[in-house]
Design a protein around this ligand. Structure first.
Ligand code: GLN
Length: 313
């Protein structure tokens, strides 16, 4: 597949950024009160290629919390640590077609449908807690940092505390999971780790770099040893492709055609196998919890750069 020269890529990325900036649909997230304090006008886009070259537009220095994008990292960590049978006992790989925070409907095996919705991610977090015990937060954040290509990650403690205080819906989901014996650990311990993962701070450059690492056989852009094994990557990208955009997932594959994951803080990660990692941030999100600007950016980049995985060369 032919890779555009950097200046040509920059021209396309700049144009897509300018065009998407005209959209002001959606609202900042308010169910986590701290997220409502953000400036809704912020907008950033970063695209990273396999050499590590980064194209940045807008507020790329602004950091925001991963929120649901952390589900990709949590699932990656579990895939590296557990055998398939154990994982499959706790969480499946089928899209739900429902909202991310749907009060669970378990599948016929009595487990959450997939790890990209809250119920599944909470089940995944429980596995990490079982494996790492008191070191779970440190170990999982170190793992996330390796994937993102940073020494250390910071957590937005205000967002974390805000979600801890208000998230009765996730508490309800976790209690139901515990009732069905999917969670081994106490609900509050599992949620504390889950919320911590959601509150990890990143920039769009971090997302683009993470996306490129996942698009690049697990090798950091610009060179270096793989940070994930090929089997993990195959499973992770499959589930991210089919379930990453929740009740928008089918339409997403139809229109955009590469794995992506959104978060309610307005971040959107795009993974274009063999080609690019894309990070977008715009805090206004739609009723599905995805940023309309972010969605538009990924759609336009897919169309203009022929990024759909089934597009003819
Ligand atoms: N922390 C958020 C929650 O659990 C993440 C949801 C999201 O980004 N879609 O509700």
């Amino acid at each position: 597949m032919n890779q555009l020269s950097l200046p040509s890529l920059k021209t396309v990325v700049d144009e897509v950024f300018r065009e998407a900036g005209a959209i002001d649909a959606g609202n900042v997230t308010t169910y986590i009160p701290e997220l409502a304090r953000v400036d809704p006008a912020l907008f950033a886009l970063s695209v990273c290629d396999a050499s590590g070259a980064m194209i940045d537009c807008g507020d790329t220095r602004h950091s925001f919390t991963l929120q649901s994008i952390s589900k990709v990292l949590g699932y990656a960590c579990v895939l590296e640590c557990f055998d398939d049978e154990t994982i499959m006992r706790h969480v499946g790989v089928e899209p739900t077609g429902e909202d991310f925070d749907s009060i669970i409907k378990l599948d016929r095996h009595k487990r959450p449908f997939n790890p990209m919705v809250n119920a599944g991610a909470i089940a995944v977090t429980d596995l990490l807690l079982t494996r790492f015990g008191a070191e779970a937060a440190e170990r999982s954040l170190d793992f996330f940092a390796r994937l993102i290509g940073k020494e250390k990650l910071s957590v937005d403690e205000a967002v974390l505390a805000s979600e801890q205080r208000t998230s009765e819906r996730n508490r309800a989901i976790a209690h139901l999971l515990r009732n069905f014996k999917i969670l081994e650990n106490p609900v509050e311990d599992v949620l504390a780790l889950y919320f911590r993962h959601c509150a990890v701070e990143v920039t769009t450059c971090d997302l683009a770099r993470l996306g490129m690492t996942l698009a690049n056989g697990g090798c950091p852009p610009g060179g270096g040893d793989p940070v994930l094994c090929p089997e993990t990557l195959r499973k992770l990208l499959s589930v991210t492709l089919t379930c990453g955009m929740y009740n928008y997932a089918g339409q997403w594959v139809f229109e955009v055609g590469f794995p992506a994951k959104s978060g309610v803080s307005g971040g959107l990660l795009g993974i274009v196998p063999g080609r690019y990692g894309i990070g977008v941030f715009s805090p206004r999100v739609d009723e599905k919890g995805s940023s309309p600007r972010g969605v538009r950016v990924q759609k336009r980049l897919s169309a203009k750069l022929n990024l759909h995985m089934f597009a003819p060369d």
